[in-house]
Design a protein around this ligand. Structure first.
Ligand SMILES: Cc1cc2nc3c(=O)[nH]c(=O)nc-3n(C[C@H](O)[C@H](O)[C@H](O)COP(=O)(O)OP(=O)(O)OC[C@H]3O[C@@H](n4cnc5c(N)ncnc54)[C@H](O)[C@@H]3O)c2cc1C
Length: 463
């Protein structure tokens, strides 16, 4: 993005191809192998780690014409489809037949099934339906030599290591996923929301942990820290204001944004003096009786953790705006500023330490806020949004890299994984070995066995 602002594109592909059939890709891979030309699988291009950047040129293999739904098995509740299908199209088709996939990443309009599997994506309702690795039952992959590998879609098996899992999160470096069979669910009879305010992050996290460990699975769980709570509420208020006030609000917002980018520390201080509460949003869906029970028990748990019931409306607001994405960059981005997200995860015993350490480490230099989501019985993820600005493009880039180095080392030192769902791609490649350790040797060996000419997405994932 920093380069794009300067109208610089550092890497171009030599070709972009749009296959509509597997056999075309098989032929292409055989040719690319013989000529040693890089091939980069491309889904929606929504990945945020540079995974589709053609750092060594070559062929961009755009999979969006591979978009057919091949079968819906209404007895087993599974769907089989081609990997280039856009998430929203798949979900709409399933909804029309009375089902849901339950996988709703914020990028659902611009990301594909293949991209989700290749990056181990998480939807906003992952607490109930799981991450994509919990949803996918079987895949079909074209290997770098053009051969086809199909893993069977069965509920469970004990026939050796799970070969399918090797391709999940491999980000186009080991094979091209062309089809997948996924678990689906009956479309929920009801959907319901609740929200609570807590005095601090610690109490909010304790409530989430108690809910999950009592066996309840809300569909969505989001705990905003103090600053993120203010921002969430500001957005809400702005929406409900009369149109007459919107130019004034916009002016105020621009001024605040400028302050945040110029003096992030001041922004952080201002926010911590204003923000006193943290907001938890819970959503529930499924059979009416079960939802009512889950909601009631969750409420009891929140109240026990000194939560204040703030009603359904805030939850509904989140639901209605859950896919809102600003495709137009704010004006401040044109002044050597950058914004990014850092999404990490760990177990409950470490999550607070991870959150506070990372926040403390970065808040000296960047404007920072966070929310906790994707909760599990044993832990959850935390998603930081950071913003800062430097004098010129070069400084901005160096500063950005230093911020990431510090964030990653703080995360690893506190027992976190460096990515919960965005993946590794190009930008986090240099850190992967630190996380995988001996696992990186196995990954490298797999790569050289499957792809000896290194044609599939070279230069990514620290390879
Ligand atoms: C506004 C916004 C919101 C987002 N919200 C979320 C979110 O809520 N949850 C989440 O998990 N992520 C989110 N992301 C990140 C991104 O959408 C996900 O990583 C998504 O899974 C990428 O899918 P894609 O089809 O766009 O993949 P791409 O960006 O096209 O590719 C990503 C990587 O996967 C590889 N790849 C793609 N298709 C295949 C295939 N068929 N076979 C093999 N390799 C392949 C590519 O080579 C690349 O390395 C968001 C991104 C944006 C921009």
């Amino acid at each position: 993005l920093i380069s794009l602002k300067e109208c610089k594109i550092n890497y171009f592909p030599d070709f972009i191809v749009h296959p509509a059939e597997e056999v075309q890709m098989q032929k292409l891979l055989k040719l690319a192998n013989s000529l040693k030309i890089p091939v980069i699988p491309y889904g929606g291009g929504s990945g945020v780690c540079g995974g589709t950047t053609p750092v060594k040129g070559g062929i961009i293999l755009d999979l969006k014409k591979m978009n057919k739904i091949l079968n819906i098995d209404e007895k087993s509740l599974t769907v089989t489809c081609e990997s280039g299908i856009i998430g929203e199209n798949l979900e709409k088709k399933l909804n029309g037949k009375g089902y849901t996939l339950g996988h709703h990443p914020q990028s659902i309009y611009c990301s594909t099934l293949g991209g989700w599997i290749a990056t181990r994506s998480a939807g906003q309702l992952s607490t109930k339906y799981g991450k994509i690795e919990d949803i996918v039952l079987g895949i079909r992959v074209i290997l770098p030599d053009g051969e086809i590998l199909e893993t069977r879609a069965i509920p469970r098996t004990a026939t050796g290591p799970n070969i399918m899992q090797i391709f999940l999160g491999s980000e186009g470096t080991l094979g091209i996923i062309t089809q997948a069979t996924l678990r689906i669910h009956n479309y929920p009879e009801v959907r319901n929301f609740s929200s609570f305010e807590f005095e601090d992050v610690s109490l909010g996290l304790s409530a989430i942990r108690n809910i999950l460990q009592s066996g309840i699975r809300p569909a969505g769980v989001r705990l905003y820290d103090e600053l993120d709570t203010i921002i969430f509420k500001m957005t809400k208020e702005e929406d409900s204001k009369n149109k007459i006030f919107s130019p004034i609000l916009k002016f105020a917002k621009d001024k605040v944004e400028k302050l945040i980018f110029r003096r992030p520390i001041l922004g952080n201080k201002l926010a911590s003096s204003v923000g006193k509460k943290v907001l938890l949003i819970l959503s529930f869906e499924g059979k009416r009786e079960i939802v009512e029970l889950e909601k009631r028990i969750s409420k009891e748990i929140c109240l026990k953790n000194k939560g204040e019931d703030t009603g359904e409306e805030l939850g509904l607001k989140w639901w209605n705006h859950r896919f809102d994405v600003a495709y137009n960059l704010s004006k401040v981005f044109h002044s050597c500023s950058f914004a990014d997200t850092i999404e990490v995860a760990t177990t409950w015993d470490r999550i607070e330490k991870l959150y506070y350490s990372l926040k403390e480490e970065l808040s000296k230099d960047v404007f920072i806020m966070a929310h906790f989501s994707h909760a599990y019985q044993e832990g959850c993820s935390v998603y930081f949004s950071i913003m800062a600005r430097e004098a010129d493009e070069q400084k901005s880039r160096e500063f950005y890299d230093r911020i990431w180095d510090r964030a990653i080392s703080t995360c690893l030192a506190n027992g976190g994984t460096i990515s919960h769902h965005h993946g590794v791609g190009y930008s986090k490649g240099k850190y992967l070995e630190e996380e995988l350790k001996e696992g990186m040797r196995i990954y490298k060996n797999l790569k050289s066995t499957l792809d000896p000419n290194n044609i599939l997405n070279p230069g990514k994932m620290g390879l």
